[in-house]
Design a protein around this ligand. Structure first.
Ligand code: C5P
Length: 231
């Protein structure tokens, strides 16, 4: 029974302000996507990785991932993230028919610790239909109206920031995406689609190193993290 990881990396990532799609921005001569795939493979519990890449960059992405020693399939992504995940999921099931667990991972979380990846897989193997790694919030959170006026202070004790990889029993993720496609729904995360099915979603502890690289500041932090790991 196999574990397959899907990496939707077909977005433009405009907030980073780079000339290339965010997943292809390089740190130490390697793209964020390559760093992310290397981490998935280093977990030792992933048998295949399917990357949804920008349709015009399939060749360059395939070439860049070829030297990692990982089993990788690259497919063209869709116009929305949810569509890219769905396309990657269909390719994964076709390439690895005995897929039991599916991870969905952001390329932008390029330095996610392998032990965190293993903990997500273990929780799904332990019977959870869906699993998300989470962190408590450090900031106070306020709800505001359209003019920026504070409406309420939210009790942050019950709030969590969600990271990836998110892990799913294969059939649950397929059902969630079939339902989303039928209703033309998009989602910023796949666990949200599973919640719509009424299935429980379990949390496991996340890790600060699994930060999402979104802005130039984040990229500088990630560079520091990488330098610290190498030296
Ligand atoms: O834009 P955002 O950071 O929310 O995108 C999350 C992830 O979804 C990114 O890794 C991005 O490359 C991916 N994505 C995709 N296909 C799209 C849009 C976004 O694979 N059409």
């Amino acid at each position: 029974m196999s574990v397959v990881a899907l990496v939707p990396a077909a977005g433009r990532g405009e907030r980073l302000g780079a000339a290339v799609p965010k997943a292809l921005v390089e740190l130490n001569g390697e793209s964020l996507l390559a760093h992310a795939v290397r981490g998935l493979w280093a977990s030792g519990c992933v048998q295949h990785v399917v990357v949804a890449a920008p349709p015009t960059r399939i060749d360059v992405v395939t070439a860049a991932l070829g030297s990692l020693g990982a089993a990788v399939t690259v497919v063209p992504g869709g116009s929305e993230r949810t569509e890219s995940v769905w396309l990657a999921l269909r390719a994964a099931v076709a390439a690895v028919p005995d897929t039991e667990v599916v991870l969905v991972h952001d390329a932008a979380r390029a330095f996610t610790p392998p032990e965190m990846i293993r903990s997500v897989v273990d929780a799904v193997r332990g019977g959870a239909p869906a699993v998300v790694p989470v962190l408590p919030l450090a900031d106070t959170v306020k709800q505001v109206d359209a003019d920026g006026r504070v409406l309420a202070t939210v009790d942050r004790a019950s709030l969590r920031a969600v990271q990836t990889p998110q892990g799913f029993a294969r059939d649950v993720l397929v059902r969630a995406h079939e339902a989303a496609a039928a209703a033309a729904l998009g989602a910023t995360d796949d666990a949200g689609l599973v919640e719509r099915l009424g299935e429980p979603v379990l949390t496991v502890p996340g890790h600060v190193d699994a930060m999402k690289i979104t802005t130039p500041f984040d990229l500088a932090v990630a560079q520091a993290l990488l330098t610290q790991r190498i030296t």
